[in-house]
Ligand binder design. Structure first.
Ligand SMILES: NC(=O)c1ccc[n+]([C@@H]2O[C@H](COP(=O)([O-])OP(=O)(O)OC[C@H]3O[C@@H](n4cnc5c(N)ncnc54)[C@H](O)[C@@H]3O)[C@@H](O)[C@H]2O)c1
Length: 262
């Protein structure tokens, strides 16, 4: 039975944003958490912000686009906590450009972080999930796993492919009680979103437009995504596998994506 108390979770991209909110929520509920991020200083601060007093949290500095990182972060987590039964493939990067504006280098950069690293981390974790008697993997997709923003071909492709990875892993490992799901957020107020908005000459107009685009009339907070990820990690979601949960404030339900007018 996987409850928060016997959960050991590895969360990539957890120095901030959705990853940190997820690590914090899991830790508050009694889980052991391994935070993984490229940013060593921010990662150390993230770890400190958990106020861990009983050795249930570590930070591992790693660039998950390095193909050797997955084995290392999984091994370090298992070495520290003695087991691993939950993985959140959350780290992601956003880059812009249509096909003609996207170099092969940029394409590889986005695909290696958003897709290949999720595959490699899952692959490295699977023997440990099996050894735990089962487990759960959550891939963090996007509304862009279903629909395309203009001028973001690499990102959109990576997030669509993450759904394929989710389904393929889910059907291959379901019999071993390893569940794999994808959480697809709408716009979330995180450093990534603030960075995207800052690329525009008028960031506050971008923020307002994004708020209006969601039927709920606002952006998500990272904690609202973390709640859904956390649900999928425990046996509360024991019959949920191979699927996606949109956490998008109604965005994908709206025909035409027209902004709210009142
Ligand atoms: N913010 C949004 O509006 C939004 C919407 C839909 C989906 N998402 C997805 O949610 C996930 C988290 O996004 P966020 O908004 O919290 O982003 P964020 O940029 O705020 O946080 C992502 C974290 O990942 C880390 N990271 C990036 N590349 C890495 C690498 N190579 N190795 C290790 N760590 C790396 C960053 O340092 C950062 O701490 C991403 O996969 C993103 O695509 C975000």
């Amino acid at each position: 039975m996987n409850t928060y108390e016997n959960l050991t979770a590895l969360i990539t991209g957890s120095a901030g944003g959705i990853g940190l909110a997820t690590a914090r929520l899991l830790h508050q509920r009694g889980a052991r958490v391994a935070l993984v991020d490229l940013q060593a200083e921010a990662g150390a601060q993230a770890l400190a912000s958990l106020h861990d007093t009983d050795g249930r949290a570590i930070f591992i500095s790693a660039d998950i686009s390095d193909a050797t990182a997955a084995e290392r972060i999984v091994a370090q987590t298992v070495q520290t906590f003695g087991q691993l039964n939950a993985v959140v493939n959350n780290a992601g990067i956003q880059r812009y450009g249509n096909a003609e504006q996207t170099s092969l280098e940029l394409w590889h950069e986005v695909l290696s972080v958003n897709l290949t690293a999720a595959f490699l981390t899952a692959r490295a974790a699977l023997p440990h999930l099996r050894a735990s008697g089962g487990g759960s993997i959550v891939n963090v997709g996007s509304v862009q796993s279903h629909a395309a923003q203009r001028g973001a071909v690499a990102y959109v492709t990576s997030k669509h492919a993450l759904l394929g990875l989710t389904r393929a892993l889910a059907v291959d490992y379901a019999a071993e009680k390893i569940r794999v799901n994808c959480v697809c957020p709408g716009t979330v107020d995180t450093p990534m979103f603030r960075w995207s908005a800052s690329l525009d000459a008028n960031p506050s107009a971008v923020i307002q437009a994004c708020e209006a685009m969601h039927p709920v009339g606002r952006l998500a907070q990272p904690e609202e995504i973390a709640e859904v990820i956390s649900f999928l990690l425990t046996d509360a979601a024991s019959f949920v596998t191979g699927t996606e949960i949109d956490v998008d404030g109604g965005l994908l339900a709206l025909i035409g994506g027209a902004p709210k007018t009142q």
